[in-house]
Design a protein around this ligand. Structure first.
Ligand code: F6R
Ligand code: MG
Ligand code: MG
Length: 376
C-alpha cells in the first residue's frame, strides 16, 4: 500500500504585472525559495495563471492543516512585500486579514486539497483559471465524471461503470448535498446549471469511495461582504485506472464554454485553454484562461509537470474562443455579455438610481390620475 499524501493547491493574487494580467517573476522566485526545503513539505511547485500565484504542495499533514495553511499564508505575505516594493498593481489584494488565524479558508486565498493513499502510479491533473469563478468547473466536471459522450470510460471501463458521487455546495446558504450519478443527474443539473451559486466541490468514486476531484469554492466577493474580486478557481483531478483518463479530463476544454468573470468580473466570456506561457489575459482583461498541469506523484514527489494545453490539439478551441470573444464583445454593455445585475462585481446602479430617482414616474399613479380625470 502506498503512502498517504495530501495534495494542496493554494492560490492568491497578491499583485499584478501589469494591472491584472500577470505575475512578476520575482514573486514566483520568492514563493519557490520559501517552500523548497521547508520540513513540512515533501515537494512543491509554484506557477501562475494571469495575476494569480498557485502553490502546489505535497505533504503528510492532512487537509486543513494549520501549519501548511500558515506556510502558504506567509508565502503570500512575503510575495506581497515584494509586490509592494515593485509597486505592482493591487499588492496584497487577496489577503483580507491582517494576520493568520488558524485556517486559510475565509482569509482570502483559494484552496483545494485532497488526501489519498498514493497508488502504484498516481497521475493527477491540476486545473487553474484566471478571470472567472469556481462555478466555471461545473460544466467540465459534469462532462468528465457523468457524460458518456465525453468519457467513454463510464460506459466501457468496468472500473468506472458504477459512476461517481458529486458533492455540490450552495455558496449562498453554505450547504452541501451529495448526488449520485448517473441516477440523479437530472436533479443535479437543476442546481449545477446555476454555477454562480451551486458549485461541484468534490467527486468520489462510487465503488471505492475514493476522492477523485476537488475544487476551490471560495467566493471572495461574498466573503469580504464587499467587492474584492471573483475568486479565480483551482481544481485537482486524479486520473487513470478507475478514474477518468488524462484525455477524458482535458476533453471538455476543447469546447470553450462560457463563464462569468472577464473584464471587471462582470462579463460572460469563453474559457480559453492555454499553455502557461500564454496564461496572461490581456484582451478586455481576458478572455478568461485555464491552464492544466499534469504530474505523476512518486512518494509525494511531484514528477513533472507536463503543460497539458501546450498542444496544437487545443488550437481550434483557442480559435473558437477568440471568435466567441469577438461576437460577445460586439454586445458592449448589454446582457448577456455583461452579466445580469446580481452577478456584477462593479456597478454604478445605486449611484445612478439615487441621482435619477425623482425623474422616475410611476405608471400606476399616472394611469390612476388619468382615469380619475376621465381621460385615457
Ligand atoms: C477581473 C479583473 C480585472 C479588473 C479591471 C479593473 O477579475 O481582475 O478585469 O476588474 O482591470 O480593475 P481595477 O478596479 O483594479 O482598476
Ligand atoms: Mg488582480
Ligand atoms: Mg486573477
Amino acid at each position: 500500500m502506498g503512502k498517504r499524501i495530501t495534495l494542496s493547491v493554494i492560490k492568491a493574487d497578491v499583485g499584478g504585472l501589469v494591472g491584472h494580467t500577470n505575475v512578476h517573476p520575482e514573486l514566483l522566485e520568492k514563493a519557490r525559495g520559501l517552500l523548497s526545503g521547508n520540513p513540512l513539505v515533501i515537494d512543491s511547485y509554484v506557477t501562475h495563471v494571469g495575476d494569480d500565484i498557485n502553490l502546489i504542495i505535497t505533504h503528510e499533514a492532512g487537509r486543513n492543516n494549520g501549519e501548511i495553511h500558515e506556510l502558504a499564508w506567509n508565502v503570500f505575505v512575503a510575495c506581497t512585500e515584494v509586490a509592494k516594493k515593485l509597486k505592482l498593481y493591487g499588492a496584497g489584494q487577496d489577503l483580507l486579514a491582517d494576520a493568520f488565524t488558524g485556517n486559510i479558508k475565509g482569509l482570502g486565498p483559494g484552496i483545494a486539497e485532497m488526501e489519498f493513499e498514493e497508488r502504484t502510479s498516481e497521475p493527477v491533473v491540476i486545473l487553474m483559471a484566471d478571470k472567472t469563478e469556481p462555478g466555471a468547473w461545473n460544466l467540465p466536471l459534469y462532462k468528465i465524471f457523468a457524460d458518456p459522450f465525453n468519457t467513454p470510460g463510464l460506459v466501457i471501463d468496468p472500473k468506472m461503470h458504477c459512476g461517481f458521487n458529486f458533492e455540490v455546495r450552495d455558496l449562498i446558504e453554505d450547504k452541501k448535498i451529495i448526488f449520485s450519478a448517473p441516477e440523479e443527474i437530472y436533479d443535479m443539473l437543476v442546481f449545477i446549471g446555476a454555477p454562480g451559486r451551486y458549485c461541484i466541490k468534490r467527486v468520489f468514486h462510487k465503488d471505492t469511495g475514493d476522492i477523485a476531484a476537488v475544487s476551490s469554492t471560495q467566493r471572495l466577493n461574498l466573503m469580504a461582504g464587499r467587492y474584492i474580486g471573483k475568486d479565480d478557481p483551482v481544481c485537482i483531478i486524479r486520473c487513470q485506472s478507475g478514474f477518468p483518463a488524462v484525455g477524458e479530463v482535458l476533453e471538455p476544454f476543447a469546447h470553450p464554454h462560457l463563464v462569468s468573470g472577464w473584464m471587471r468580473g462582470s462579463h460572460c466570456g469563453p474559457l480559453m485553454p492555454v499553455s502557461v506561457n500564454d496564461a496572461h489575459p490581456t484582451r478586455f482583461d481576458g478572455p478568461p484562461r485555464v491552464i492544466a498541469l499534469g504530474f505523476q506523484l512518486s512518494e509525494g514527489k511531484l514528477v513533472g509537470p507536463q503543460d497539458l494545453f501546450a498542444d496544437p490539439a487545443f488550437d481550434r478551441a483557442r480559435e473558437q474562443a477568440n471568435y466567441i470573444a469577438d461576437y460577445l464583445r460586439r454586445h458592449g454593455p448589454f446582457e448577456p455579455h455583461r452579466l445580469h445585475l446580481e452577478e456584477m462585481e462593479y456597478t454604478t446602479m445605486p449611484l445612478v438610481m439615487e441621482k435619477l430617482k425623482e425623474r422616475f414616474i410611476s405608471m400606476r399613479q399616472l394611469r390612476e390620475s388619468k382615469s380619475a380625470a376621465g381621460t385615457t
